[in-house]
Design a protein around this ligand. Structure first.
Ligand SMILES: Cc1ncc(COP(=O)(O)O)c(C=O)c1O
Length: 383
């Protein structure tokens, strides 16, 4: 067995830290995936996910696989070769969705803005209106930049055309409200390793009845693993075998959903907003500037611009080696220019903000900049 090293504080773009209760749940003795004592756990998890998605969709379930498997499930159930799909692109995860659409033999129309800017709802709706479109997809919280998308500003215009509206909520779920039924979202996928604070390995998905009608009308079969009809056999009343569900991961997700229910959604969303604000106050006193204006920023992930002369590799290695803190580097055009700080789920705590701000100050000092860490820490705790 590999040596267990001292704990690393995960303050990057995911995975986020897990609680003891989630860790204990994952270590519970195994049951079979069709065991009558296990299947009620599935029901509870599906109900908890519906609450988080803000939906009554029957097809709401935790797929085995990381967030990207949820993306594949959306593409291969809702898109057929030759379909037109409009994708909002404001970071690498929008680009990745467009790539998945093309691999499925469909036409991906990318409506792009520069990394760091919010999507342009009018441009997306205009692109959907321009030609018959099967699906329009946007990333809610774009993890490569830290920009949050205004779903309401896009949904109505898209739905009027008859296109389906899909959302990647990998980073936003359990950190900000989703309200998908109210907004009119037809399909969404996420991952467990961000604000749910469960290890990576499950991809909760939800499909509306309108989306399921589309699946039933397909002329091409859906790949076996992601076939929503077969998945319904296992996750619905029938409980027929589709694949060997990752039982321990489902236990972990159940424990996380219990914790979220005990905390209360509003309190959880407020906690994410409060720590993000505290981080921004601390960063300002260190002379560090967030990439995204606060009105467009995700609370759970803040992208921070490096001042001139601070090297990305040196800075993040210092954090990891001296302070045992992981933050993320920039992706795509932002590589080397920014670092990404995730305050997600169990990790979204004021004490973690203090530890991070003190470590950032130390790493800046090590690169020759003069900073007042005490003032930055006082700002973190100022109300
Ligand atoms: C917004 C977004 N979409 C999709 C993904 C892909 O998820 P995974 O890496 O779990 O496959 C990520 C992962 O960070 C993400 O942040």
């Amino acid at each position: 067995m590999s040596a267990v090293s001292e704990e690393v504080l995960l303050l990057g773009p995911g995975p986020s830290p897990t609680s003891r209760s989630v860790q204990r749940a994952q270590a519970r003795p195994l049951l079979g995936h069709l065991d009558p004592e296990f299947t009620p756990v599935l029901d509870r998890v599906q109900a908890g996910l519906r609450t988080l998605f803000g939906t009554r969709n029957a097809l709401t379930l935790p797929l085995a696989g990381t967030g990207s498997s949820g993306m594949e499930a959306m593409v291969c159930n809702l898109v057929e070769p030759g379909d037109r799909v409009v994708v909002g692109v404001h970071g690498i995860f929008g680009r990745r969705f467009a790539d998945a659409v093309r691999r499925a033999g469909a036409d991906a129309v990318e409506v792009e803005v520069p990394f760091g800017a919010p999507l342009d709802p009018a441009a997306i709706v205009a692109a959907v209106q321009a030609a018959p479109t099967r699906l329009c997809v946007v990333v809610h919280a774009e993890t490569s930049t830290g920009v949050l998308t205004d779903l309401r500003a896009i949904a109505a215009g898209v739905l009027e055309t008859g296109a389906l509206f899909g959302v990647d909520c990998v980073t936003s779920i359990a950190g900000v409200p989703l309200d998908f039924d109210e907004i009119g979202v037809d399909a969404a996928f996420c991952g467990t390793q961000k604000c749910l604070s469960v290890p990576p390995g499950l991809a909760p998905v939800t499909f509306s009845e309108r989306a399921m009608e589309r699946v039933r009308a397909r002329t091409h079969p859906v790949p076996f693993y992601f076939d929503t009809t077969l998945l319904t056999g296992y996750f619905g009343a029938e409980r027929s075998y589709h694949y060997t569900a990752p039982v321990s991961m489902v236990y972990a997700l159940e424990a996380a959903l219990d914790e979220i229910e005990a905390e209360g959604l509003e309190a959880r969303f407020r906690r994410h907003r409060d720590v993000a604000a505290a981080l921004r106050r601390g960063l300002a006193l260190l002379g560090l500037e967030p990439l995204v204006a606060v009105e467009h920023a995700t609370p759970m992930l803040t992208t921070v611009c490096y001042p001139d002369g601070v090297d990305d590799g040196t800075f993040r290695t210092h954090l990891r080696q001296r302070h045992r803190i992981e933050v993320g580097g920039g992706l795509g055009p932002l590589a080397g220019k920014v670092f990404r700080v995730g305050l997600m789920g169990h990790g979204a705590r004021l004490e973690n903000v203090s530890r991070a701000v003190a470590a950032f100050g130390d790493a800046l000092s090590a690169s020759g900049r003069s900073v007042d860490v005490d003032a930055a820490l006082a700002a973190v705790h100022a109300r």
